[in-house]
Ligand binder design. Structure first.
Ligand code: DQA
Length: 152
């Protein structure tokens, strides 16, 4: 079974962009960390990043279909800045009925006011905020525990 991890805009710059806020780990290292967690859980990982909102919408539809086919558990989503702007992502997660764990590397609630609202949160199964890149592993573990409660 597959776990999708979808990363939104500017996360390709992780490691060099605001290291004071996001740390110095690069996205390739986040993928490695996620792969360690999915391997530990006996699952496959499909890890992606895009700077384009519509691409995220398409991926959410694709992941929702995979969950319905029984080939995937759900998705971990760091929608980055689109979190705070995108009705389209909200509607995609709802429409695709995709079990989604929302992740933010930083504690968005301790930052600017415009980061306090999320269009993703109302349709997320769970939220992991402020744990740095470790949050991705926590989110995968949380998704597995929600989706396979008897196994873990
Ligand atoms: C982020 C927080 C967002 O507010 C910001 O736009 C990002 C990254 C995080 O992981 O902390 O790009 O999602």
């Amino acid at each position: 079974s597959t776990v999708f991890v979808f990363n939104g805009p500017n996360l390709n710059l992780l490691g060099t962009r605001r290291p004071d806020v996001y740390g110095t780990t690069v996205l390739a290292d986040v993928e490695t960390l996620c792969r360690e967690e999915t391997t530990r859980q006996g699952l496959d990982l499909d890890f992606r990043q895009t700077n384009h909102e519509g691409v995220l919408v398409d991926w959410i539809h694709e992941a929702g279909a995979a969950v319905k086919q029984g080939t995937a558990l759900g998705a971990v989503l760091n929608a980055a800045a689109y979190t705070h702007t995108s009705v389209a992502l909200h509607d995609a997660i709802e429409g695709a009925e995709l079990p989604t764990i929302e992740v933010h590397i930083s504690n968005v609630h301790g930052r600017e006011e415009f980061r306090h609202h999320s269009f993703v949160s109302p349709v997320a199964a769970g939220i992991v905020v402020g744990f740095g890149v470790t949050g991705y592993a926590l989110a995968i573990d949380g998704l597995v525990r929600l989706r396979r409660p008897t196994r873990s």
